[in-house]
Design a protein around this ligand. Structure first.
Ligand SMILES: Nc1ncnc2c1ncn2[C@@H]1O[C@H](COP(=O)(O)OP(=O)(O)OP(=O)(O)O)[C@@H](O)[C@H]1O
Ligand SMILES: [Mg+2]
Length: 588
């Protein structure tokens, strides 16, 4: 819908101006290309004009040696024109690529600083399209669009001017075909434009579909849904082909049609000249020159509709890109507080938080932990445990209340400092494609292999890693798909340990594992939380028991607070939860 309505807008100068601000650092090249366009426009009618003069003046008057000079001049002009044309295409393409490079960096920088909630709302495929495909269309504005249109218009004007100057009546006769040409061009431009919008939509759909289904292939195959998905893919693919064929149809009709119009124009010209000749007015030189003029004229006329489409698509794309760039929902980094060390006191004061508007998932949450203590958060699924910990390093912004670390509001911290002092191990561990080393150091070269090995030994993963092919250089496949959930979480423990945070946040994986792995994980957790303030979303009774304080969450509210023993004593919510989660399945 938005694509269509945007494409309806024929010309948006404000948008274009903004696109061209990205060319501002390359003013020299930009003006050079415009100058080249002007020079080319002026130069191109010169050769036909020279021919006319040669034929009419010198050949007739038998000035043979001048003819040779003029031929040499012609050759010289041809060479100059070729050089100019080459420079023009090169410089506009260079400009396009350079602007695209800058713009892509700007967009990517913006995207990585967007608030996390934006990624909950926007499909990943869309953002990928913005940073890759749409920007490519902006390139075309420079290399094939605007400057090239200006160049074409200039040469059309120059050629028409010379034609009028030479013989205005003959020019009018030739241009009698103009209305037909305009109508056909308009039809062509519109139908290609519509088809290309459809092609773009179909491509986006194909991309999104393939991306999502290849990611979720296990589900597709497990539910034997291959045929259904295959049919759906076939349908989108067919739409893609149909849209392309409609565009191809328009091209195949338009270009021959323009040839015909040009032939008609040529015919009219010859007819008129012949008529004049009979009356002894026309000259052979003018006729030859006009044949060349018409050729020169129709070349840009044929391409201009196409270029206009390119320009329009570029503008649609840039409009979408600017929408991303103008997104006000980015992380505010105004905090200045940058202590060298954090002691680790964490306090929530009446915190209210909603992902969307007033739909609060955390209501009036208050608690405090002292440096070095361990806090366990327990509660049913969806009660808001993960949400609480996302707030501490400001992945999301709270609506009401305050979160304090060492008695300073987290908003006042420099964001990088805050995040580097708080280590987070998430529930679902994300691994990047790359070696184990890269994954646990996050490509931080200042962390040596020895440190990694030391941390891995502490966590108890060294032996496991060593038996992988390549050991620490083992190549983790996309999203860590070749490792088990438990192994992935253990790798993220190494990651957290290496960064040695003052406050550790741990969202325990819920997966039940065998006793041996259980011991490994338990040992790893003990190592991790040793000596630092820890907030653990706990699913293991052993972790909960060791905690200095437990808060029990239910539907976004703190129901009870206390130690394991105290809470069992109250015999309330926690006691029931404990009964449900641990006693029946056998305490671990
Ligand atoms: N990114 C998000 N955008 C919107 N709503 C969300 C988002 N993440 C979580 N929610 C909602 O917030 C509520 C709390 O979710 P949260 O992930 O904090 O639960 P949880 O206690 O960690 O559950 P679990 O034990 O299953 O991990 C849920 O109702 C969930 O639907
Ligand atoms: Mg959770």
């Amino acid at each position: 819908m938005t694509v269509r309505s945007a494409s309806r807008k024929i010309f948006d100068f404000g948008l274009l101006r903004r696109v061209f601000t990205y060319a501002a650092p390359y003013k020299k090249q930009f003006f050079f290309s415009i100058t080249l366009a002007i020079v080319l426009a002026v130069v191109s009618p010169v050769r036909p004009w020279l021919i006319q003069v040669t034929v009419d003046k010198y050949i007739r008057s038998g000035l043979a040696n001048l003819v040779i000079v003029i031929t040499l001049i012609q050759i010289g002009l041809l060479l100059v024109e070729t050089a100019l044309r080459f420079s023009f295409s090169f410089i506009t393409a260079w400009l396009g690529q350079t602007v695209v490079k800058d713009l892509r960096i700007t967009v990517y920088k913006k995207v990585i600083h967007l608030n996390l909630s934006q990624f909950d709302k926007t499909p990943i495929g869309t953002l990928t399209t913005r940073t890759i495909n749409d920007i490519e269309a902006v390139n075309d504005i420079f290399s094939e669009g605007l400057i090239s249109i200006i160049a074409d218009l200039l040469s059309i004007i120059a050629i028409l001017g010379v034609m009028f100057f030479t013989d205005w009546k003959l020019t009018l006769v030739c241009m009698a075909v103009l209305p037909v040409l305009l109508i056909v061009t308009w039809w062509f431009k519109e139908s290609v434009n519509v088809s290309f919008q459809k092609v773009r939509n179909a491509v986006a759909q194909l991309n999104a579909f393939a991306q999502e289904h290849i990611t979720g292939m296990a589900v597709v195959q497990a539910f034997a849904a291959e045929d259904r998905e295959y049919d759906k893919f076939k349908r989108i693919n067919k739409e893609h082909r149909n849209a392309n064929i409609r565009a191809i149809f328009a091209y195949s009709v338009f270009f021959p049609f323009v040839e015909i119009i040009m032939a008609v124009s040529m015919g009219l010209m010859i007819w008129w000249s012949a008529r004049d000749a009979l009356q002894g007015e026309a000259t052979l030189g003018i006729m030859i020159a006009f044949i060349l003029y018409l050729n020169l004229l129709f070349r840009p006329l044929r391409m201009i509709a196409d270029k206009f489409n390119v320009l329009q698509m570029g503008m649609v794309a840039s409009e979408r890109i600017f929408k991303v760039l103008d997104n006000p929902d980015y992380i505010v980094r105004e905090g200045e507080h940058a202590p060298a060390q954090i002691k680790g006191k964490v306090e929530f004061k009446s915190v209210w938080f909603a992902y969307h508007k007033d739909n609060y998932v955390l209501k009036d949450i208050s608690f405090a932990i002292r440096p070095g203590e361990t806090l366990a958060i327990v509660g049913h699924t969806g009660s808001g445990k993960t949400s609480i910990i996302s707030l501490i390093n400001r992945l999301y912004q709270i609506q009401k209340g305050a979160i304090l670390i060492d008695d300073v509001n987290i908003d006042q911290y420099k964001l990088d400092i805050l995040r580097s002092k708080i280590g987070v191990v998430l529930q679902d561990v994300f691994l990047f494609s790359g070696s184990i080393q890269d994954n646990v150091t996050l490509r931080n070269d200042s962390i040596s292999r020895n440190e990694v090995i030391k941390a891995a030994k502490l966590i108890g993963m060294h032996d496991f890693i060593m038996q992988l092919p390549g050991g620490y250089d083992y190549n983790v496949m996309e999203r860590g798909s070749t490792l088990s959930l438990g192994q992935r979480q253990l790798l993220s423990f190494i990651r957290a340990l290496l960064y040695d945070p003052s406050v550790l946040i741990l969202d325990e994986a819920t997966s039940s594992v065998d006793t041996q792995s259980e011991q490994l994980i338990q040992h790893a957790i003990d190592t991790l939380i040793e000596g630092r303030t820890s907030i653990v979303i706990a699913h293991r009774l052993s972790t909960i028991r060791k905690a200095d304080k437990i808060i029990v969450l239910d539907k976004g509210e703190v129901k009870e607070t206390g130690t394991h023993a105290e809470l069992l004593e109250i015999n309330g919510f926690y006691a029931r939860l404990h009964e449900m989660q641990f006693t029946r399945t056998g305490a671990r």
